[in-house]
Write a protein that binds this ligand. Structure first.
Ligand SMILES: [Zn+2]
Length: 342
């Protein structure tokens, strides 16, 4: 370690949990942060300052004014910029002694393997379950640890997933929920402290895993949940499912094209069609109530339309949707994930 590194990391190298050897180990580590929103910015900030040697940040979204309430790496000057690029510019100003790479793209079956190649750990900063199922399939198949984390409303959760050892995501969520069935930050809102809290828990677990100092019991893991408003903290022990399609039967459907929801620009219409991989049967009354706070909602027996952020999303019973006001499939997929939720 050079002199400047000794100074930069002095407060954590004197911690007996890390020490100078631990600091060197962090410097040799490579992590991938999937998603750079409320969770991802906090994790990236923590791990950059802690001196993790190589960090990759991938995100498909642009910074919006409504992100500034909680996405700590962005300021007003970043509105309109790609999140991954704006975040990495800031991270490089924080720590120029490590390698940080921005990937401005959707994380999908086509690029996931290349992006996570050589990673010691994958960190969940996503806003949707579909991407988490993809991360789970990839990490279980390739034996790469990952940390599942989520936050919405006033509550959040986190769990370490060590392939071959602990349960995986599909041990306790066997199938992805139907589109529109779960609340999102756009429909329920999010208290700005909760993603920061659970992402800091995630960052702590990341440091422990990279240092080989995490605790684990064969076949078990702990799902930590916290509600920042009620103050309720819970640690739920989960066991591996012996018939888990992913970690027991080693079937990885999310790594194939059929399970990637297709987003196609509709030529000349400034609109994109989204076709989720699995057909569903959306309840419009339920979805209308959930979306009520997010924008103007109208619906009939065939279609529900939401107007928000200057765009119009028309959702059909089977989960298919048309997003008007953009011809960029990434933007449309992002809006669908945030409002309808997949
Ligand atoms: Zn499993």
């Amino acid at each position: 370690m050079g002199a400047s590194s000794l100074t930069r990391y002095s407060r954590q190298t004197i911690l007996q949990e890390i020490g100078e050897n631990g600091q060197r180990a962090l410097g040799r580590s490579r992590v991938v942060i999937v998603g750079c929103g409320a969770l991802g910015t906090v994790v990236a900030n923590n791990l950059t300052r802690a001196g993790v040697g190589r960090i990759v940040v991938i995100d498909r979204d642009f910074v919006e004014l409504s992100n500034l309430q909680r996405q700590i790496l962005f300021d007003e000057g970043d509105v309109g910029a790609p999140k991954a690029i704006a975040a990495v510019e800031k991270l490089r100003r924080i720590n120029s002694e490590i390698e940080i790479e921005a990937v401005f793209d959707d994380f999908n079956f086509g690029n996931a393997e290349r992006i996570t190649d050589g990673a010691d750990l994958v960190l969940d900063g996503t806003d949707n379950l579909h991407t988490r199922f993809l991360v789970n399939d990839l990490c279980v198949r390739d034996g790469v640890p990952w940390i599942y984390t989520g936050a919405v409303g006033t509550a959040g959760m986190t769990m370490n997933i060590l392939p071959g050892t602990t349960p995986c995501l599909r041990c306790f969520v066997p199938e992805p929920p139907e589109p529109g069935s779960l609340p999102t930050c756009e429909t329920l809102g999010v208290l700005n402290t909760i993603p920061a809290i659970v992402a800091s828990m995630e960052s702590t677990e990341a440091l422990k895993i990279l240092l080989g100092k995490h605790e684990w019991i064969e076949g078990k893991s702990v799902l930590t949940t916290y509600d920042a408003w009620s103050g309720e903290f819970d640690r739920l022990a989960l066991e591996r499912d012996a018939s888990c399609p992913c970690c027991a039967r080693r079937s990885f459907p999310f790594l194939t094209e059929e399970n990637e929801g297709a987003a196609v620009a509709l030529c000349g219409r400034n609109a994109v069609q989204i076709a989720p991989a699995s057909k569903t049967n959306i309840s419009f009354p339920v979805l209308a109530e959930r979306l009520g706070n997010a924008g103007d909602v109208t619906w009939n027996e065939f279609m529900l339309t939401l107007k928000a952020e200057g765009r119009e999303i028309s959702i059909f019973k089977d989960g298919r949707a048309i997003v008007k006001g953009t011809d960029d499939p990434h933007v449309a997929t992002s809006l669908y994930a945030r409002y309808v939720g997949i």
